[in-house]
Design a protein around this ligand. Structure first.
Ligand SMILES: NC(=O)c1ccc[n+]([C@@H]2O[C@H](COP(=O)([O-])OP(=O)(O)OC[C@H]3O[C@@H](n4cnc5c(N)ncnc54)[C@H](OP(=O)(O)O)[C@@H]3O)[C@@H](O)[C@H]2O)c1
Length: 281
Protein backbone atom coordinates (compact mmCIF):
# COMPACT_ATOMS: atom_id res chain seq x y z
CA UNK A 1 0.00 0.00 0.00
CA UNK A 2 3.07 2.27 -0.02
CA UNK A 3 2.35 5.38 -2.07
CA UNK A 4 -1.39 4.76 -1.93
CA UNK A 5 -3.96 7.18 -0.52
CA UNK A 6 -6.83 5.76 1.52
CA UNK A 7 -9.81 8.00 2.31
CA UNK A 8 -11.89 6.62 5.17
CA UNK A 9 -15.04 7.65 7.05
CA UNK A 10 -15.60 6.46 10.60
CA UNK A 11 -11.85 6.18 11.07
CA UNK A 12 -11.94 7.75 14.55
CA UNK A 13 -13.31 4.68 16.31
CA UNK A 14 -13.87 0.94 16.28
CA UNK A 15 -13.50 -1.02 13.08
CA UNK A 16 -12.61 1.99 10.94
CA UNK A 17 -9.82 3.16 13.22
CA UNK A 18 -8.23 -0.29 13.30
CA UNK A 19 -8.55 -0.56 9.50
CA UNK A 20 -6.82 2.83 9.15
CA UNK A 21 -4.02 1.71 11.47
CA UNK A 22 -3.55 -1.62 9.68
CA UNK A 23 -3.50 0.06 6.25
CA UNK A 24 -1.03 2.65 7.56
CA UNK A 25 1.17 -0.21 8.76
CA UNK A 26 1.15 -1.44 5.18
CA UNK A 27 2.44 1.98 4.11
CA UNK A 28 -0.79 3.71 3.00
CA UNK A 29 -1.33 7.42 3.53
CA UNK A 30 -4.56 7.84 5.50
CA UNK A 31 -7.04 10.64 4.91
CA UNK A 32 -9.71 10.80 7.63
CA UNK A 33 -13.16 12.25 7.21
CA UNK A 34 -14.38 12.94 10.73
CA UNK A 35 -16.94 15.03 12.57
CA UNK A 36 -14.83 15.66 15.65
CA UNK A 37 -11.34 17.20 15.44
CA UNK A 38 -10.28 15.98 18.88
CA UNK A 39 -11.20 12.40 18.05
CA UNK A 40 -9.44 12.72 14.69
CA UNK A 41 -6.31 14.03 16.40
CA UNK A 42 -6.38 11.10 18.83
CA UNK A 43 -6.45 8.74 15.82
CA UNK A 44 -3.67 10.72 14.12
CA UNK A 45 -1.54 10.23 17.24
CA UNK A 46 -2.00 6.45 16.92
CA UNK A 47 -1.25 6.57 13.19
CA UNK A 48 1.82 8.70 13.73
CA UNK A 49 3.17 6.19 16.24
CA UNK A 50 3.32 3.53 13.52
CA UNK A 51 6.13 4.95 11.44
CA UNK A 52 7.04 8.33 10.02
CA UNK A 53 3.79 8.75 8.17
CA UNK A 54 3.85 11.90 6.12
CA UNK A 55 0.96 14.27 5.67
CA UNK A 56 -1.90 12.71 7.58
CA UNK A 57 -4.89 14.78 6.59
CA UNK A 58 -8.29 15.32 8.13
CA UNK A 59 -11.43 16.74 6.60
CA UNK A 60 -14.28 17.64 8.91
CA UNK A 61 -18.02 17.37 8.56
CA UNK A 62 -21.18 15.79 9.92
CA UNK A 63 -21.88 12.91 7.57
CA UNK A 64 -25.58 12.98 8.43
CA UNK A 65 -25.80 16.19 6.39
CA UNK A 66 -25.66 15.99 2.61
CA UNK A 67 -24.36 19.57 2.47
CA UNK A 68 -21.42 18.64 4.72
CA UNK A 69 -20.66 15.50 2.72
CA UNK A 70 -20.64 17.51 -0.51
CA UNK A 71 -18.43 20.21 1.02
CA UNK A 72 -15.92 17.70 2.38
CA UNK A 73 -15.87 15.84 -0.95
CA UNK A 74 -15.21 19.09 -2.81
CA UNK A 75 -12.32 19.90 -0.46
CA UNK A 76 -10.83 16.44 -0.93
CA UNK A 77 -11.25 16.51 -4.70
CA UNK A 78 -9.55 19.92 -4.83
CA UNK A 79 -6.56 18.93 -2.70
CA UNK A 80 -5.89 15.22 -3.07
CA UNK A 81 -4.09 14.30 -6.29
CA UNK A 82 -5.52 10.76 -6.26
CA UNK A 83 -7.66 8.33 -4.28
CA UNK A 84 -6.59 4.69 -4.40
CA UNK A 85 -9.14 3.47 -1.85
CA UNK A 86 -12.35 4.99 -0.52
CA UNK A 87 -13.69 3.28 2.58
CA UNK A 88 -17.29 4.16 3.44
CA UNK A 89 -17.55 3.00 7.02
CA UNK A 90 -19.09 5.61 9.35
CA UNK A 91 -22.36 4.31 10.72
CA UNK A 92 -24.71 4.44 13.67
CA UNK A 93 -27.97 3.17 15.07
CA UNK A 94 -30.59 5.28 16.82
CA UNK A 95 -33.16 3.67 19.07
CA UNK A 96 -35.55 6.60 18.65
CA UNK A 97 -36.35 8.34 15.36
CA UNK A 98 -34.37 11.50 14.75
CA UNK A 99 -34.29 13.73 11.71
CA UNK A 100 -31.49 15.87 10.35
CA UNK A 101 -31.75 19.60 9.64
CA UNK A 102 -32.24 18.51 6.01
CA UNK A 103 -35.31 16.49 6.96
CA UNK A 104 -33.89 12.99 6.52
CA UNK A 105 -34.22 10.20 9.06
CA UNK A 106 -30.76 10.06 10.66
CA UNK A 107 -29.90 6.36 10.17
CA UNK A 108 -30.74 6.59 6.46
CA UNK A 109 -28.76 9.84 6.24
CA UNK A 110 -25.55 8.66 7.95
CA UNK A 111 -25.52 5.00 6.95
CA UNK A 112 -26.72 5.28 3.35
CA UNK A 113 -26.83 8.82 1.97
CA UNK A 114 -23.30 9.66 3.14
CA UNK A 115 -21.91 6.58 1.32
CA UNK A 116 -23.89 7.50 -1.79
CA UNK A 117 -23.07 11.22 -1.91
CA UNK A 118 -19.41 10.90 -0.94
CA UNK A 119 -18.74 8.13 -3.45
CA UNK A 120 -20.46 9.93 -6.30
CA UNK A 121 -18.71 13.21 -5.53
CA UNK A 122 -15.28 11.54 -5.41
CA UNK A 123 -15.89 9.22 -8.36
CA UNK A 124 -14.07 11.31 -11.01
CA UNK A 125 -10.93 11.33 -8.85
CA UNK A 126 -11.30 7.63 -8.00
CA UNK A 127 -11.80 6.67 -11.65
CA UNK A 128 -8.68 8.64 -12.56
CA UNK A 129 -6.62 6.48 -10.15
CA UNK A 130 -5.62 3.17 -11.78
CA UNK A 131 -6.84 0.10 -9.89
CA UNK A 132 -8.81 2.12 -7.34
CA UNK A 133 -11.13 0.37 -4.91
CA UNK A 134 -14.29 1.37 -3.05
CA UNK A 135 -15.07 -0.56 0.12
CA UNK A 136 -18.34 -0.13 2.03
CA UNK A 137 -19.07 -1.49 5.49
CA UNK A 138 -22.50 -3.13 5.43
CA UNK A 139 -23.76 -5.74 7.89
CA UNK A 140 -25.52 -9.06 8.31
CA UNK A 141 -28.09 -6.91 10.13
CA UNK A 142 -29.58 -6.58 6.63
CA UNK A 143 -30.93 -10.12 7.02
CA UNK A 144 -34.69 -9.86 7.49
CA UNK A 145 -34.79 -6.28 6.22
CA UNK A 146 -37.02 -5.13 3.37
CA UNK A 147 -37.08 -1.67 1.88
CA UNK A 148 -40.35 0.24 1.83
CA UNK A 149 -39.78 2.68 -1.01
CA UNK A 150 -42.91 4.56 0.08
CA UNK A 151 -41.40 5.18 3.51
CA UNK A 152 -37.60 5.32 3.21
CA UNK A 153 -37.57 7.92 6.01
CA UNK A 154 -39.40 5.51 8.38
CA UNK A 155 -41.98 8.15 9.20
CA UNK A 156 -44.87 5.65 9.40
CA UNK A 157 -43.21 3.31 11.86
CA UNK A 158 -39.81 3.24 13.52
CA UNK A 159 -37.78 0.60 15.30
CA UNK A 160 -34.06 1.26 15.74
CA UNK A 161 -32.86 -2.24 14.86
CA UNK A 162 -35.18 -2.60 11.85
CA UNK A 163 -34.26 0.79 10.43
CA UNK A 164 -30.58 0.03 10.99
CA UNK A 165 -31.01 -3.30 9.14
CA UNK A 166 -32.71 -1.47 6.26
CA UNK A 167 -29.83 1.02 6.07
CA UNK A 168 -27.39 -1.88 5.83
CA UNK A 169 -29.54 -3.43 3.08
CA UNK A 170 -29.16 -0.04 1.34
CA UNK A 171 -25.36 -0.42 1.60
CA UNK A 172 -25.44 -3.75 -0.25
CA UNK A 173 -27.87 -2.51 -2.90
CA UNK A 174 -25.78 0.65 -3.34
CA UNK A 175 -22.65 -1.46 -3.77
CA UNK A 176 -24.46 -3.67 -6.31
CA UNK A 177 -25.54 -0.78 -8.52
CA UNK A 178 -22.19 0.98 -8.07
CA UNK A 179 -20.24 -2.08 -9.21
CA UNK A 180 -22.52 -2.38 -12.23
CA UNK A 181 -21.93 1.26 -13.15
CA UNK A 182 -18.18 0.86 -12.67
CA UNK A 183 -17.86 -2.11 -15.03
CA UNK A 184 -15.01 -1.48 -17.46
CA UNK A 185 -13.70 1.51 -15.46
CA UNK A 186 -10.96 -0.41 -13.65
CA UNK A 187 -12.48 0.59 -10.28
CA UNK A 188 -13.90 -2.12 -8.02
CA UNK A 189 -16.62 -1.83 -5.38
CA UNK A 190 -17.18 -4.36 -2.63
CA UNK A 191 -18.98 -4.40 0.70
CA UNK A 192 -18.67 -6.47 3.83
CA UNK A 193 -20.01 -7.67 7.14
CA UNK A 194 -17.38 -7.19 9.88
CA UNK A 195 -19.06 -9.55 12.40
CA UNK A 196 -20.51 -8.50 15.76
CA UNK A 197 -17.71 -6.31 17.05
CA UNK A 198 -17.07 -4.65 20.41
CA UNK A 199 -16.76 -0.97 19.42
CA UNK A 200 -18.49 2.23 20.54
CA UNK A 201 -21.34 1.24 18.22
CA UNK A 202 -24.75 1.71 19.87
CA UNK A 203 -23.31 3.51 22.90
CA UNK A 204 -25.04 6.73 21.81
CA UNK A 205 -28.40 5.25 22.79
CA UNK A 206 -30.02 5.71 26.20
CA UNK A 207 -32.52 3.30 27.76
CA UNK A 208 -32.87 -0.46 27.82
CA UNK A 209 -31.56 -1.16 24.31
CA UNK A 210 -28.44 0.94 24.85
CA UNK A 211 -27.74 -0.93 28.11
CA UNK A 212 -28.40 -4.31 26.42
CA UNK A 213 -25.92 -3.47 23.63
CA UNK A 214 -23.29 -2.41 26.16
CA UNK A 215 -23.74 -5.66 28.14
CA UNK A 216 -23.77 -7.94 25.06
CA UNK A 217 -20.63 -6.57 23.44
CA UNK A 218 -17.96 -7.81 25.87
CA UNK A 219 -19.75 -11.17 26.14
CA UNK A 220 -20.29 -12.01 22.48
CA UNK A 221 -18.41 -9.65 20.29
CA UNK A 222 -15.20 -9.83 18.27
CA UNK A 223 -12.34 -7.41 18.85
CA UNK A 224 -12.17 -4.38 16.54
CA UNK A 225 -8.91 -5.89 15.22
CA UNK A 226 -10.80 -9.00 14.06
CA UNK A 227 -13.71 -6.90 12.79
CA UNK A 228 -11.43 -4.74 10.63
CA UNK A 229 -9.82 -7.69 8.83
CA UNK A 230 -12.25 -7.83 5.92
CA UNK A 231 -12.04 -4.07 5.32
CA UNK A 232 -8.25 -4.31 5.16
CA UNK A 233 -8.50 -7.37 2.90
CA UNK A 234 -10.85 -5.66 0.43
CA UNK A 235 -8.80 -2.46 0.50
CA UNK A 236 -5.41 -4.05 -0.02
CA UNK A 237 -5.29 -7.74 -0.90
CA UNK A 238 -4.10 -8.78 -4.37
CA UNK A 239 -6.59 -11.68 -4.02
CA UNK A 240 -9.52 -9.34 -4.74
CA UNK A 241 -7.84 -7.34 -7.49
CA UNK A 242 -10.39 -6.85 -10.27
CA UNK A 243 -13.21 -8.45 -8.23
CA UNK A 244 -16.27 -6.26 -7.83
CA UNK A 245 -19.87 -6.26 -6.63
CA UNK A 246 -19.29 -8.73 -3.80
CA UNK A 247 -20.48 -9.01 -0.21
CA UNK A 248 -17.73 -10.41 2.02
CA UNK A 249 -17.49 -11.84 5.52
CA UNK A 250 -14.29 -13.17 7.14
CA UNK A 251 -12.31 -12.24 4.00
CA UNK A 252 -14.44 -14.51 1.80
CA UNK A 253 -17.44 -13.98 -0.46
CA UNK A 254 -20.78 -14.37 1.34
CA UNK A 255 -24.32 -14.48 0.03
CA UNK A 256 -26.59 -11.65 1.13
CA UNK A 257 -30.37 -12.04 1.20
CA UNK A 258 -32.44 -12.16 -1.97
CA UNK A 259 -33.66 -8.63 -1.16
CA UNK A 260 -30.02 -7.52 -1.30
CA UNK A 261 -29.60 -9.16 -4.72
CA UNK A 262 -32.42 -7.29 -6.43
CA UNK A 263 -31.09 -5.36 -9.43
CA UNK A 264 -34.41 -3.53 -9.68
CA UNK A 265 -34.26 -2.33 -6.06
CA UNK A 266 -30.58 -1.41 -6.43
CA UNK A 267 -31.39 0.78 -9.43
CA UNK A 268 -34.47 2.23 -7.76
CA UNK A 269 -32.56 3.09 -4.58
CA UNK A 270 -29.83 4.73 -6.67
CA UNK A 271 -32.36 6.88 -8.52
CA UNK A 272 -34.22 7.90 -5.34
CA UNK A 273 -30.93 8.71 -3.59
CA UNK A 274 -29.72 10.82 -6.52
CA UNK A 275 -32.97 12.77 -6.38
CA UNK A 276 -32.68 13.31 -2.61
CA UNK A 277 -29.04 14.41 -3.01
CA UNK A 278 -29.85 16.66 -5.94
CA UNK A 279 -27.32 15.00 -8.21
CA UNK A 280 -27.71 13.45 -11.68
CA UNK A 281 -28.70 9.76 -11.56
N1 LIG B 1 -19.85 -3.09 15.70
C1 LIG B 1 -20.53 -4.04 15.07
O1 LIG B 1 -20.87 -5.09 15.64
C2 LIG B 1 -20.90 -3.86 13.62
C3 LIG B 1 -21.49 -4.95 12.95
C4 LIG B 1 -21.82 -4.81 11.63
C5 LIG B 1 -21.55 -3.62 10.97
N2 LIG B 1 -20.99 -2.57 11.65
C6 LIG B 1 -20.74 -1.34 10.90
O2 LIG B 1 -19.38 -0.97 11.06
C7 LIG B 1 -19.23 0.44 10.83
C8 LIG B 1 -18.34 1.03 11.90
O3 LIG B 1 -18.97 0.88 13.15
P1 LIG B 1 -18.17 0.59 14.50
O4 LIG B 1 -18.71 -0.67 15.05
O5 LIG B 1 -16.71 0.74 14.32
O6 LIG B 1 -18.79 1.76 15.41
P2 LIG B 1 -18.16 2.99 16.23
O7 LIG B 1 -17.03 2.55 17.08
O8 LIG B 1 -19.34 3.62 16.87
O9 LIG B 1 -17.59 3.95 15.07
C9 LIG B 1 -18.45 4.65 14.22
C10 LIG B 1 -17.65 5.66 13.45
O10 LIG B 1 -18.56 6.43 12.61
C11 LIG B 1 -18.38 7.82 12.88
N3 LIG B 1 -19.65 8.54 12.71
C12 LIG B 1 -20.87 8.20 13.18
N4 LIG B 1 -21.77 9.14 12.86
C13 LIG B 1 -21.11 10.10 12.15
C14 LIG B 1 -21.48 11.33 11.57
N5 LIG B 1 -22.75 11.79 11.64
N6 LIG B 1 -20.54 12.06 10.92
C15 LIG B 1 -19.25 11.62 10.86
N7 LIG B 1 -18.84 10.46 11.41
C16 LIG B 1 -19.75 9.71 12.06
C17 LIG B 1 -17.92 7.86 14.34
O11 LIG B 1 -17.33 9.12 14.62
P3 LIG B 1 -17.04 9.58 16.15
O12 LIG B 1 -15.74 8.96 16.53
O13 LIG B 1 -16.99 11.08 16.06
O14 LIG B 1 -18.18 9.08 17.00
C18 LIG B 1 -16.96 6.69 14.35
O15 LIG B 1 -15.72 7.06 13.76
C19 LIG B 1 -20.66 0.99 10.77
O16 LIG B 1 -21.02 1.20 9.41
C20 LIG B 1 -21.52 -0.13 11.35
O17 LIG B 1 -22.83 -0.12 10.82
C21 LIG B 1 -20.64 -2.68 12.96
Amino acid sequence: MRGKTVVITGGTSGIGEVAAIELAKKGARIVLIARDRERAHATFAKLNAIEALSALTGYYGDLSLIADVKRVAEQIAAVEPKIDVLINNAGAMFTSRQTTAEGLEKTFAVNHMAYFVLTNALLPKIKATPGARIVSTASDAHRGAKLDFDDLQSAKSYSGFSVYGESKLCNILFNRELAKRLQGSGVTANCLHPGFVATRFGDNNPGFLGVAIRIAKPLAALSPEKGAETIVYLASSPQVEGKSGGYYYKCAPATPTKEAQSDADAKRLWDVSAKIAGIGA
